[in-house]
Design a protein around this ligand. Structure first.
Ligand code: AOF
Ligand code: ZN
Length: 370
């Protein structure tokens, strides 16, 4: 760790302004992919003189917007940023240089940028120019906000969320496959926001055949978002000629077994993925999505695929909507393929948040480390 990360004492003003920067960053939740969300507040003491947030890949970084707004008043000011200012020339020039040039005297960051192109060199550049640099303020919140970006950069795969609609008795569909609808309209609208912040939405061939979902984002207003990639795991390419997933303004990617033969006139993009014992290598699926810049991936599939991801230990969070209905014991469970025989083998999860959505309850859960 560099001297910037030695855990200095932060004031109440520091906290308040970093909290403000984190809220600004969140405004980019639907549009920054594959980039992280970043917010920046420039202040003279506790007076805010400029603020900004990163809006989209290829566009200016948060610091640039904030410096523009601050103008001359950036001189000797403190810049609060939710991520280490960059030092590389990517789509835009380095933010560290811009902060130095504007005469900023102190930079407070929530965390280091693990991107190998940055990774401490932004801090070093600022310090070499005589700027006081402190990092680690509200780091936990910053990591939570950018869990997708951090997962991709640090683990080489997206953060994986599995969305489920459940009855009170833990069922996800009738034996026939019919699942329209378990959760209420408010829940189904709420899901749209989680789709909007995802870089990809994954489903299986079975769901395409039984539910025929669109897997597009429909927020019902003019909120901007980057359309998530629709990914269909279809070993034999049995569904390519059908389904709403081929319609609309979002790209679709079919993942298939190496021995499947794509039709010559198949227009959608398709990639072969290794199969082991008749099942997709799901870790390979996620690596592939990571390479394509997917930060957060959301699974919206049936019990087989959801269960396979869970059994493989690849699920980072469950987004569970519990509806006040009973579907009975002939209905399908939420997960299949989880072979647990004893209490000692139980998979423990932690409730991160729960709240009521319309007539349903939404629960966000994460697996406890074993
Ligand atoms: C910052 N401020 O607001 C953001 C940063 O392709 P580029 O040039 O946009 O660079 C993207 C990388 O820059 C991204 O992967 C991350 O490491 C950093 N993002 N850095 O100082 C910002 N969005
Ligand atoms: Zn930058």
């Amino acid at each position: 760790r560099s001297s910037a990360e030695a855990m200095p004492a932060f004031s109440a003003t520091d906290h308040a302004l970093m909290a403000r920067a984190l809220r600004l960053a969140e405004r980019g939740a639907y549009t920054t992919q594959p980039n992280p969300m970043v917010g920046c507040v420039i202040a003279q003491g506790d007076e805010v003189v400029g603020e900004g947030w990163h809006q989209k890949k290829g566009g200016p970084h948060a610091e640039v917007f904030a410096l523009q707004a601050a103008g001359e008043r950036a001189k000797d000011a403190t810049a609060y940023v939710t991520l280490e200012p960059c030092s590389h020339t990517g789509s835009t020039p380095p933010c560290a240089d811009a902060l130095i040039k504007a005469g900023i005297s102190r930079v407070v960051a929530a965390m280091r940028d693990p991107n190998p192109q940055v990774d401490g060199s932004g801090f070093a550049k600022l310090q070499a120019a005589g700027i006081a640099v402190e990092s680690g303020l509200m780091e936990k919140q910053a990591r939570e906000q950018n869990r997708g970006f951090l997962s991709r950069v640090e683990r080489g795969r997206p953060w994986l969320r599995v969305k489920l609609a459940s009855s009170v008795d833990g069922r996800s569909a009738m034996a026939s496959g019919d699942s329209k609808w378990i959760s209420g309209e408010a829940s189904r609208h709420d899901v749209q926001h989680w789709r909007a912040r995802s870089g990809a939405i994954l489903t299986g061939a079975g769901t395409v055949l039984t539910d025929d979902p669109h897997l597009t984002v429909r927020l019902g207003d003019d909120t901007a978002f980057v359309p998530p990639l629709r990914v269909v795991l279809d070993p034999g390419l049995a569904t390519v000629a059908r389904g709403h997933v081929r319609e609309g303004d979002a790209p679709t990617l079919y993942l298939h077994a190496p021995d499947a033969k794509p039709a010559r006139d198949m227009h959608a993009e398709h990639v072969a993925v290794p199969v082991e014992g008749g099942r997709f290598d799901l870790a390979a699926v996620l690596r592939l999505l990571g390479e394509r810049g997917v930060n957060e991936a959301q699974v919206e599939a049936g019990a087989t695929l959801a269960g396979a991801f869970l059994a493989a230990g690849l699920v980072d969070e469950l987004l569970l909507y519990v509806a006040p209905v009973m579907l009975g014991e002939r209905a399908r469970p939420l997960f299949e393929g989880l072979h647990i025989d004893a209490m000692t083998e139980r998979l423990r999860m932690r409730i991160v948040e729960s709240r009521r959505i319309g007539d349903d309850v939404r629960v966000l859960l994460r697996p406890e480390p074993a």
